[in-house]
Design a protein around this ligand. Sequence first.
Ligand SMILES: [Zn+2]
Length: 227
Amino acid sequence: MNDSSYLSYPDIRIKKFTFNPLRENTYVIFSETKHGIIIDPGCSSQSEQNALKQFVVEAEIKPVMVLNTHCHFDHVFGNNFVCKEYNIKACAHAGEEANIKRFTASAALFGHAAEQVDDPEYSLTDRQIIKLGDEDIEVIHTPGHSEGSVCFYYSAQKILISGDTLFAGSIGRTDLPGGNYEKIVQSLKKLVLLPDDTQVFCGHAHDTYIGVEKLNNPFIIEFLDDY
Ligand SMILES: [Zn+2]
């Protein structure tokens, strides 16, 4: 549901939008200082762009950066719009360059005629720290759904933005170009080391917790027994 409500934590707030026909989740994370990071802007229509814009105005957010968990077309539809609107840059992992190159072809496969998305800065690396106001957000490289998939971890409040690596009860598909099942299992092994009460905001559908996934997610249970 796209309304003006958001989740409030001691130092940051999170607003979730669900955009475009693939029902991709876009997150706006903003600090007490009102600095905001827009993660995976998937807005693909004028009304979705307006919803995002309106929220930024009403919450008085100053967007400072776009971060892409990965660059499948449903996660980058709105990159150009957001970057131009706020005069900010987008950042992704270098492993995502091929997905940006494939953007128009992939979108066309799903019936979308979309203009090519500009290359983000391919600067995200494993364990990199991104500053949001006074808060530190860590990049965790989690290849498997795509080569350059990353998650963003805010340890102070135990919040993980998981992109399409981990879903509630499932994981991202690994049959698209650059996908690799062995790699996503290795990535999930990293994620299960996070505290059980880490809240996970996924690239599609609803949020979950690491502890819940360790109990219920068949893809995690499969390796957890002998891990
Ligand atoms: Zn994806």
